[in-house]
Write a protein that binds this ligand. Structure first.
Ligand code: PLP
Length: 408
């Protein structure tokens, strides 16, 4: 057989492996150095007690033939879809129904798999910098064209720079599919209502679909910053929203997320007839996915109880306080700072103008702190680094003390 040679076109993903290799090398050469990981993109607090109790009960369900659960619905159990529709949408005045919600094993899978429901010839718009899955999965599906000077010839790149506060505005050019992430990884910035309105208007004008990644929506605390794109009028006709329990409730290792495909959202077939995307996504999921685990879905359901909600908010508040400490400290140390108020990510550049990797090396050698070089998320990330609020309070405070000393 012939392979899908789009894989051969993809450059190796160097970012996290290079960070890991450089850390390993440094630790070997400096065995007594106590390196603080400020690059971690994973949560560190244990999952909320309510989810733990619910999952224990669900395990016990499996031990009894009257409560045993085999294959579940591919779209997810009604108990979880109902809890999401009520807790994440209707309670916030947003019109989303249970049968528009599809439970999955996480946002990454859905973001990659959505390419199954739109044509290979579509023009895709992606942000630079951005979460690499949007680019790589569309390249694998054949939508990238050729890699020229670090950019794929068929994509529209939405430049995120200091000039636009790392928040892209709609381009002149036509795109069929637009990937937006808010609050964004890696820059930590979030769209305001009016910024998002401009994107919904663009999508409506262009018959485009926005794939809205709101994996970090739980971190939104600023008034006027939407958690969901469906808070914007008209978004039900142009947007798919992808969410995750990973960063909200520490489910990175448990795996659960969901995707919303409103029944008012349509694409066109080659004859120009409107086709509901929800139907296509349902068909895709029932063909290639056998549902997320019953036990994990029971855990996710419990997060919508009063106790679950309080515990989740507590965890998010803990990380946000770390992030606030980082923001304040690095600003005081002279860095230019972005993000970090509605996000666990702080995006920053040094006043001395080092490149991303140069700054990474400097932080590692002089302060024994690891960070993520911004250039790994796209060319516009050059000169920036990303720090995260996912470490412990103690280590975050100590890392900031060291960073301040390094900048003196
Ligand atoms: N979307 C963004 C922007 C992310 O940063 C991540 C994980 O880091 C994901 C999606 C993936 O989330 P999940 O763990 O649900 O697959």
């Amino acid at each position: 057989m012939l392979i899908n040679n789009n894989f051969e076109k993809l450059p190796e993903s160097y970012l996290f492996s290079t960070v890991a290799a450089k850390l390993r090398e440094f630790k070997e050469a400096n065995p007594s150095a106590d390196v603080i990981r400020m690059d971690i993109g994973d949560v560190t607090l244990p999952i909320p007690a309510s989810a733990l109790a619910a999952m224990h009960r669900a395990v016990d369900d499996m031990a009894d033939k009257t409560t045993f659960h085999g294959y579940g619905p591919e779209q997810g159990y009604a108990f979880l879809r109902d809890a999401i529709a009520e807790g994440d949408y209707r309670a916030r005045g947003v019109d989303i129904r249970s049968d528009e919600i599809f439970i999955s094993d996480g946002a990454k899978s859905d973001l990659g798999n959505l390419g199954d429901i739109y044509a290979a010839g579509n023009v895709v718009a992606v942000t630079d910098p951005g979460y690499p899955v949007y680019v790589d999965s569309n390249v694998i599906d054949g939508r990238g064209g050729e890699l020229v000077g670090g950019r794929w010839s068929n994509f529209i790149y939405l430049d995120c720079t200091e000039e636009n506060g790392f928040k892209p505005t709609p381009p002149e050019a036509h795109a069929d599919v637009v990937f937006l992430c808010s609050p964004a990884n890696p820059t930590g910035v979030a769209f305001t209502r009016s910024e998002l309105e401009a994107w919904v208007a663009y999508a409506r004008r262009n018959n485009a679909v926005i794939i809205y990644d709101s994996a970090y929506c739980a971190y939104v605390t600023s008034p006027g910053v939407p958690r969901s794109i469906y808070e914007i009028e008209g978004a039900r006709e142009v947007a798919i929203e992808v969410r995750s329990f990973s960063k909200t409730a520490g489910f990175t290792g448990l795996r659960c997320g969901y995707t919303v495909v409103p029944d008012t959202l349509c694409g066109f077939d080659p004859e120009g007839r409107k086709v509901q995307l929800r139907k296509l996504w349902n068909r895709r999921q029932t063909t290639k996915f056998n549902g997320a685990s019953y036990i994990i879905q029971r855990g996710a359901e419990s997060l919508y109880s009063e106790q679950g909600r309080a515990e989740t908010e507590q965890n998010v508040a803990y990380y946000l306080e770390n992030t606030r400490i980082i923001r304040d400290s690095v600003a005081k140390a002279g860095f230019k700072v972005f993000g970090g108020t509605d996000s666990p990510y702080v995006w920053m550049r040094s006043p001395r103008g080092e490149g991303s990797w140069e700054l990474f090396e400097k932080c590692l050698r002089e302060a024994n702190i690891s960070c993520t070089p911004g250039v790994g998320f796209g060319a516009n990330g050059e000169g920036y680094i990303r720090l995260t609020g996912f470490n412990t309070r103690e280590k975050t405070v100590e890392a900031m003390r060291r960073l301040a000393a390094m900048m003196k």
